[in-house]
Design a protein around this ligand. Structure first.
Ligand SMILES: *[C@@H]1O[C@H](CO)[C@@H](O)[C@H](O)[C@H]1NC(C)=O
Ligand SMILES: *[C@@H]1O[C@H](CO)[C@@H](O)[C@H](O)[C@H]1NC(C)=O
Ligand SMILES: *[C@@H]1O[C@H](CO)[C@@H](O)[C@H](O)[C@H]1NC(C)=O
Ligand SMILES: *[C@@H]1O[C@H](CO)[C@@H](O)[C@H](O)[C@H]1NC(C)=O
Ligand SMILES: *[C@@H]1O[C@H](CO)[C@@H](O)[C@H](O)[C@H]1NC(C)=O
Length: 428
């Protein structure tokens, strides 16, 4: 078996260019050779040889080819016979990208693997746990284990800083404020809070997080208005405050978040008009303002975003929405249902690739343009134009081939398949 492997490797050194180059990180190779020696150079590891590529066939060793960094990220010792039960070699701690480590014969190991968790991060996380009254949801947060590997909801940056960059806090049952001590994790990139019974406002201390891209606080008891200070966290790309009890208006200052790609404020009690801020976000793809009490007209600037998802349903919006249409081909979903929108659908051009179009329960008038048959594809296209003031013959074929009568129900005078034919009526 081993002979075959060595033979395969030797052949490959001559013929396979990918393996001929040494992709192994020199520090990783040095650490592996120390591990080999700390284990007493077992014969099963005889192909761990300084002159070959550790990523190219060393028994049990794998490297990270996904990110092309070729750092050693996996060591599997399960099938290896070691000379004697040995304590875990300290040099495992010198492999910064190591993610999986399977060891069969070495007793009491996990606790002796050197910790990667930065002491300041561990301290901040323990303060969060204390602020939340040591909830059962955080029972895995124990000083005896590594916060980067074993603490639920915590991850660290594996490539560079090794600092905590990802934090999820969910199923916190006690009604408590969001711990301000989150701000003591300066490398946080992603915060996901909820579902949990967090109360009160979003802590202002988050302002000190200068690496924060993704902030999600969802399904909590959070109330009050959307804080203005969020607009100062200019690194944000995703802001999700859905399913809370937020009220008041959407602050126009959010326009300062120029990197924003996704805004989800759905299922709150927000009211007033939608601010005219959408010229500020060149990379915007996702807007979800569903199920609030937003009123007034849709701002003109919303017409300039080529968003993939546009959900404004269940509000009190009125007037024109035709600026949201056009042959933009990023848009897959437009849901404007359950508003008071009124505009001429006959003058609208639909996005080329649209898959879901729900305009039901509005006051939209005019006829259905023939161009709607050319969008998307008829297998996945879903349509609801019911409960409007539309009139005229329904175009047939293409994307509309599989749409049933309910999509057109309760309009002023739509006719033709799948509704009763137009000729039976008098007034066309
Ligand atoms: C390591 O590999 C080189 C070249 O393939 C070989 O000459 C050498 O004998 C090997 N060393 C050991 C310790 O196996
Ligand atoms: C919030 O509190 C209620 C009442 O104590 C409880 O039933 C519920 O499970 C809690 N929610 C979460 C997400 O922990
Ligand atoms: C938009 O996305 C591109 C490509 O990912 C990126 O280079 C650019 O910096 C982004 N612009 C903003 C304002 O975030
Ligand atoms: C998107 O639209 C542009 C211009 O309107 C067009 O050139 C391009 O082919 C379209 N792409 C797709 C995937 O439809
Ligand atoms: C649009 O939103 C309504 C209400 O939230 C929902 O019932 C409907 O399924 C949505 N339509 C589409 C096409 O997703």
């Amino acid at each position: 078996m081993m002979k075959l492997l060595i033979l395969a490797l030797t052949t490959c050194v001559l013929t396979c260019p990918a393996l001929a180059a040494d992709t192994c990180n020199p520090q990783d190779k040095a650490a592996l050779l120390r591990i080999e020696s700390e284990h007493g150079n077992p014969s099963d590891l005889s192909n761990w040889n300084a002159s070959t590529d550790c990523c190219g066939g060393w028994t049990g060793v794998s490297c990270d080819t996904d990110t092309q960094t070729y750092r050693v990220n996996n060591i599997d010792f399960l099938s290896i016979t070691l000379p004697k039960p040995t304590p875990i070699p300290p040099s495992f701690g010198d492999l910064p990208s190591l993610f999986y480590l399977s060891l069969s014969q070495i007793p009491s190991l996990a606790s002796t693997i050197p910790k990667r968790c930065h002491p300041d991060d561990q301290k901040a996380l323990l303060q969060i746990k204390k602020d939340l009254n040591n909830p059962t949801a955080l029972s895995s947060w124990q000083t005896t284990t590594d916060c980067c590997r074993h603490w639920k909801g915590v991850s660290c940056d594996r490539a560079k800083t090794h600092r905590v960059n990802f934090l999820t806090l969910d199923h916190i049952e006690d009604p408590l404020p969001i711990p301000a001590s989150i701000a003591a994790l300066p490398y946080l990139n992603t915060i996901q809070l909820g579902p949990a019974n967090f109360t009160g406002p979003i802590p202002r201390s988050l302002l000190s997080l200068t690496n924060l891209n993704y902030l999600q606080v969802t399904s909590t008891l959070l109330s009050g208005t959307i804080p203005e200070f969020l607009s100062q966290i200019t690194t944000l790309t995703d802001l999700d405050l859905s399913f809370n009890h937020l009220s008041g208006e959407i602050p126009a200052s959010l326009s300062r978040l120029s990197h924003l790609e996704s805004l989800n404020l759905g299922f709150n009690k927000l009211s007033g008009p939608i601010p005219d801020i959408f010229n500020s976000f060149p990379n915007f793809t996702f807007l979800w303002l569903s199920s609030n009490q937003l009123s007034g007209k849709i701002p003109k600037s919303m017409g300039n975003i080529n968003a993939v998802y546009l959900n404004l349903d269940h509000n009190k919006l009125e007037g024109d929405a035709s600026m949201l249409f056009g042959s933009k081909n990023n848009t897959l979903t437009i849901n404007l249902s359950n508003n008071k929108l009124a505009f001429d659908l006959g003058k609208v051009e639909f996005p080329n690739n649209i898959q879901e179009l729900d305009l039901s329960h509005n006051e939209i008038y005019g006829n259905i343009p023939e161009q709607l048959t050319t969008v998307g594809d008829m297998i996945s296209f879903t349509l609801d134009l019911s409960y409007n003031n539309l009139c005229g013959k329904i175009p047939t074929g293409g994307a509309l081939a599989n749409i049933g009568a309910s999509a057109y129900a309760h309009n002023k005078c739509l006719c033709g398949s799948p509704l009763p034919s137009c000729t039976r009526r008098r007034s066309f």
